[in-house]
Unconditional design. Structure first.
Length: 233
């Protein structure tokens, strides 16, 4: 039987295959990939989880993005240190909670839902923006790395790294669009062919706009930054 992969995260739902989904799903976990469900049964793969999930408003996604920007501005070294670690480790899981909680002043008088994937992806985006222009990031992501390939740590990371490396210009440009904007939506639609080509036949990859953006940002950060600096992440 075909293995299906379903990723449940916060934001507006996007399915790479067979078509774009229209509902939204939610998770609030420190490990970016710990809500991935892999199964060899069609029954679990066909569960319609997103039918019961609450809608995430664009303003909430934008608030999380701005919160991450404040965290980077206040403690850039802490964000860099966090993203240098293996997301599968307990140390990473503990640290991502600590860095978010330790910067609650960045969300004064407000209440934010927390998704480790979205938060980490937003941190990665802000760090990339500090270090690269769109042209420089595009050039770096597009470099030939066949002589020293970067080993993906999961199927989802493999797909995300494939997208940013095979569509470096579109990916770099997408990161400069406003979160949950029409420009972001159009940029992601333009990336659909590359996304589909990066998914092996028989694998279903279901995510959403906020989640896909976070996955791509983390992949781009690993490719462009941590792989060169020798970090575990």
């Amino acid at each position: 039987m075909t293995t299906k992969l379903l990723l449940l995260i916060a934001g507006a739902t996007l399915a790479a295959t067979p078509a774009f989904a229209q509902r939204e799903v939610r998770a609030a976990n420190a490990n970016p990939f710990d809500r991935t469900l892999a199964s060899n049964t069609d029954e679990s793969a066909s569960r319609n989880d997103d039918d019961t999930a609450p809608k995430i408003e664009p303003i909430a996604a934008q608030a999380m993005y701005n919160f991450a920007g404040c965290v980077v501005e206040a403690s850039r070294s802490g964000a860099v240190k966090l993203l240098s670690k293996d997301y599968r480790s307990k140390e990473y899981q503990d640290d991502i909670r600590k860095i978010a909680k330790g910067h609650d002043r960045c969300a004064a008088n407000s209440r934010l839902g927390f998704s480790g994937l979205v938060f980490a992806g937003n941190l990665a985006e802000h760090l990339l923006a500090d270090q690269f222009t769109v042209a420089a990031l595009s050039a770096d992501l597009g470099r030939d790395r066949s002589a020293a390939p970067i080993a993906a740590r999961s199927t989802l990371e493999s797909i995300s790294m494939c997208v940013v490396m095979t569509a470096p210009q579109q990916s770099a440009a997408m990161f400069r669009t406003e979160v949950m904007s029409d420009a972001e939506r159009d940029a992601m639609k333009a990336l659909a062919p590359q996304l589909s080509s990066c998914i092996k036949q028989g694998t279903e990859f279901r995510t959403n706009r906020v989640g896909l953006r976070a996955l791509m940002a983390l992949a781009a950060y690993r490719v462009a930054v941590t792989s060169k600096e020798g970090f575990a992440g």
